[in-house]
Design a protein around this ligand. Structure first.
Ligand code: NAD
Ligand code: UDP
Length: 338
């Protein structure tokens, strides 16, 4: 198939481009490079051995999208483009709703105009809010996300459900990611946060690399085994393989698919820091600080539905996640941006 990847130069999108190319699909990346670099497409091409076309542009530009969809004979779209910094979404809500919600609407309108009706969307476990039960299954009631970023994901999910109801010939997957981490094992692509990382794994990696003095552990008084927050970390390569499985499912089933992409295992902040130190052979000093506002104590997936419907489950271990992150960060490429 010919597939358009919006946000294809970003962290998850670049790994998706690679896996789709390796599965034999034709791939075009569309990215405005607001949070990524142009040379990512070249690095993906180096790994896959196939050229990757990058269209530099904004997902809100309907005319451009329609043109690309038609010219490239696109048959399916993976929609990763969007803004994802939770803290910034609180201070700049309009920017987030414009880019994320406005971007999704513009994309769907361009797809409808070009008669491309297969869409895989990056949603998030954040739509569950404070989960009502653990592990979190897809039929768990959706919560009230605690910030505009999370609300933008919930809004897009609802828009996609309305679209599917209005025109059942669409084939739409809403994939709820838990905590994507890690990098491709080549060390050539990975997560490239600008400035101070907001998420645990890139922060831990920078501490191990000596770029930051110590990790701040946000609270040790949660009702968890060691008192620190527990999350379901999933290797980015497992995650994008889940997208490939979702695409195969959509090819056989029209309608709306909603699945969690997680491992089903919860890991605490301290367990992650300890594993990273062991795998990298570098110390990860930490100090305990107050809880981060808006954080839930624990959140991990029930991945059974994805396994049943898609025949997919995460394969890689926490050690794999740390090892591949370390290779990316210590190998030069992933440590380059400040
Ligand atoms: P990322 O920032 O690395 O990638 C997003 C890409 O989209 C970037 O390359 C950026 O330049 C591009 N982009 C942003 N706005 C754009 C626009 N208007 N037009 C065109 N391109 C635009 O983020 P990521 O971690 O790869 O996340 C990809 C998607 O997955 C996002 O929608 C994010 O909300 C979602 N998601 C990510 C996580 C996570 O922890 N990384 C968790 C859940 C969901
Ligand atoms: N966390 C931390 N220090 C950091 C970043 C994160 O202790 O510098 C904790 C955070 O409180 C949470 C876990 O690590 O319990 C995962 O946080 P992250 O931001 O990576 O994911 P999210 O909270 O969005 O699931």
């Amino acid at each position: 198939m010919n597939i358009l990847i919006t946000g294809g130069n970003g962290y998850i999108g670049s790994h998706a481009c690679l896996v789709l190319q390796q599965a034999g699909h034709g791939v075009v990346s569309l990215d405005n490079l607001s949070n990524s670099r142009a040379d990512v497409a070249e690095r993906v091409a180096r790994i896959s051995g196939r050229p990757l076309r990058l269209v530099e542009g904004d997902v809100r530009d309907r005319e451009l999208l329609e043109r690309v969809l038609r010219q490239e004979k696109i048959e399916a779209v993976f929609h990763f483009a969007g803004l994802k910094a939770v803290g910034e979404s609180v201070s700049r809500p309009l920017r987030y709703y414009d880019c994320n919600v406005g971007g999704a609407v513009a994309l769907c309108r361009a797809m409808a105009a070009a008669a491309v009706k297969v869409l895989v969307f990056s949603s998030s476990a954040t739509v569950y809010g404070e989960p009502a039960r653990m592990p979190v299954a897809e039929d768990c009631p959706l919560g009230e996300p605690t910030n505009p970023y999370g609300r933008s994901k919930l809004m897009i999910e609802q828009i996609l459900a309305d679209l599917s109801r209005a025109d059942p010939s669409w084939r739409i997957a809403r994939l709820r990611y838990f905590n994507p981490v890690g990098a491709h094992e080549s060390g050539l692509i990975g997560e490239d946060p600008s400035g101070e990382p907001a998420n645990l794994m890139p922060y831990v990696a920078q501490v191990a690399a000596g770029k930051r003095e110590s990790l701040q552990v946000f609270g040790t008084d949660y009702p968890t085994a060691d008192g620190t927050g527990v999350r379901d970390y999933i290797h980015v390569m497992d995650l994008v393989e889940g997208h490939l499985a979702a695409l195969e499912y959509l090819r056989r089933h029209p309608g709306l698919l909603t699945v969690n992409l997680g491992t089903g295992r919860g890991l605490s902040v301290l367990e992650m820091a300890e594993t990273f130190a062991r795998v990298s052979g570098r110390p990860v000093p930490y100090r305990v600080t107050a809880r981060r506002p808006g954080d839930v104590a624990a959140c991990w997936a029930d991945p059974a539905l994805a396994q049943r419907l898609l025949g997919w489950r995460a394969q890689r271990s926490v050690e794999d996640m740390c090892r591949d992150t370390w290779r990316w960060v210590s190998g030069g490429v992933g440590g380059a941006r400040e």
